[in-house]
Structures are given as C-alpha cells and as structure tokens.
Design a protein around this ligand. Structure first.
Ligand SMILES: [Zn+2]
Length: 282
C-alpha cells in the first residue's frame, strides 16, 4: 500500500494544505483505485476498486454541505453503512439511505440493536455479517473489504424524540467506535469516529499499517488539533485527513491549527485537507 501511496503522491494526487482543489484527480470509477469522498463533518464515501460503496457516518445533509439534499438523492447504490456511535451528527441520513438502497449496517451490536429499535434502521439489513464488537473483524465481498471496530473515547447515547415539549429520551447505544477498513488492492483506512487521543492507539500500527487516517480535530466534543497530532504520532499513517471541524457549535479546531500541531509534534504523516465534495484516490 505504501508503494501505491507514494505513486499517488508522486503523480500529484496528494497535495498539502490549501493546494487548489483542481490539483486533485477527478473521480473515475473502475480505474483500479479506491476513492474517498468527504461530505463534511465525519461523513465519507469509500468506493472500492470493485465498485462497492461504503458510507461512514453519513450525515450527508450537514450544514457545510450546500447540496446535501441532491447528494442524498444521488446515493442510489450503497452496500454498507458504517456508524461509529449513536449521536445524531453521525447517524445522519443513514436510515433514509438504507431504506432506499438496502445498505447493510456495520456497527457494534449494541448500537445496531438501538438503531433498529429507536431510529428505524431496517431490521433486515442488520445482521451478524456487520454486527459484532471490538477485536473482531468483519469480511465483505469475498474479502475485498475487511472492517475492524476500533475503540473510541466518547459516548454513544441515541436520542429519541418525545414530542415538541419534552426533552428527548437517551437510549443506550453501546460503546463508541472508530473503523479500520482494509481494501484489497487498496488502502487501509482508519476513521477515528469521535474520540480523544488515547494511549492504546499505538497498538493499531502493530496490527496494521494505516495508509490513510481520517481524524476528528474539532475540539469540544472530541480531541482538538493538538490531541489529533498526538494521535497521528501513535497511529503513524502515511496520510492524514482532518474531519469533524467547523459547522457545529463548539468546533474551534481548524486545519491550520492541526498543521501547526503536526509540525510541533514532528508527526511525519502527509496532511491532506479536503474541501466538501472532494474525492481523492489511493
Ligand atoms: Zn459524537
């Protein structure tokens, strides 16, 4: 994977902070590459070389996505939906997408149970194939995609509306997670979910070389830029892409501060800052 990544870097696919959008390659499905598209917040689409489509924390209609409704309507083929925890900005539009596409849910078993019971995720699409717990690995599409749940230091209550004049009920949503996604013939991707930095992140590179780390940097609800830079030191990815910043109250972390923190901590990963809708290939 590293060799492939270097080739991508050499070809100009990967650029540093604030390079113009046009420097990134346009998406062209079926070219043997894995495509990663950011929709804002923690929402990403991953398209594999074989054309399988994964959505992670798919809040497509988040406030930073000015064409959210159109993007949502355009998502007509989705194979898997990965949800890291029960907060509304991560469940996002998952239920609507699942009802339309039959996408299978990948999450902790407890969260899956809660999403069926309280959020309306179709029960037929929540099965043992994508439901488990930490330490295990799920395999999809004959092994083209393998997914491991990674712990996250956060919370995972699922808010259930109780009418206009009542506060929502908060139902148990299990332990929050991140995801390690290994694509055959493609990159290994670590999506942190919402988390603080924690020492056991250093175990991740003992199991897997991470090509691309998608890390929260927003502060207030998660680690901010400094904590995220420490996390990068522990995980040792080749490329790091910040997410979960701007657009919601309390989000003070910025890519500029993240870049400074990476330099301060001498983190070696290459920083890529995506704009909403941007697609990069590995
Ligand atoms: Zn959260």
């Amino acid at each position: 994977m590293t060799r492939m990544l270097r080739a991508a870097i050499g070809s100009g696919l990967i650029t540093c902070l604030f390079m113009p959008t046009a420097a990134f390659a346009a998406a062209s499905p079926g070219n043997g590459k894995t495509q990663i598209t950011w929709y804002g917040n923690a929402a990403f689409k991953v398209t594999t070389p074989a054309g399988h489509v994964l959505l992670i924390d798919p809040w497509i209609t988040n406030p930073r996505n000015t064409t959210g409704k159109a993007d949502l309507a355009a998502l007509d083929k989705v194979d898997l939906i990965l949800i890291s925890h029960g907060h509304a900005d991560h469940i996002g539009d998952a239920v609507a997408i699942a009802k339309r596409t039959g996408a299978k849910l990948v999450s902790t078993h407890d969260l899956g149970t809660a999403l069926v019971a309280y959020a309306g995720y179709p029960a037929k699409d929540v099965s043992i194939d994508g439901q488990g717990d930490f330490g295990g690995e799920f395999s999809f599409f004959g092994g083209e995609v393998r997914i491991t749940l990674i712990p996250a230091v956060h919370s995972s209550g699922v808010e259930v509306p109780r009418g206009e004049n009542a506060p929502p009920a908060v139902e148990y949503g299990g332990n929050p997670s991140g995801f390690l996604i290994t694509v055959r013939g493609g990159p290994t991707i670590y999506h942190t979910g919402d988390t603080d930095v924690y020492g056991d992140m250093k175990l991740i590179p003992m199991h897997h070389h991470v090509d691309v780390m998608l890390t929260c940097i927003g502060n207030h609800f998660t680690m901010g830029p400094d904590g995220a830079a420490l996390a990068v030191q522990l995980v040792q990815p080749d490329v790091v892409i910040p997410m979960h910043f701007k657009g919601l109250p309390g989000f003070t972390g910025t890519p500029e501060a993240f870049r400074a923190a990476l330099e301060k901590h001498h983190a070696k990963a290459r920083l890529m800052v995506l704009s909403v809708h941007q697609t990069v290939e590995f």
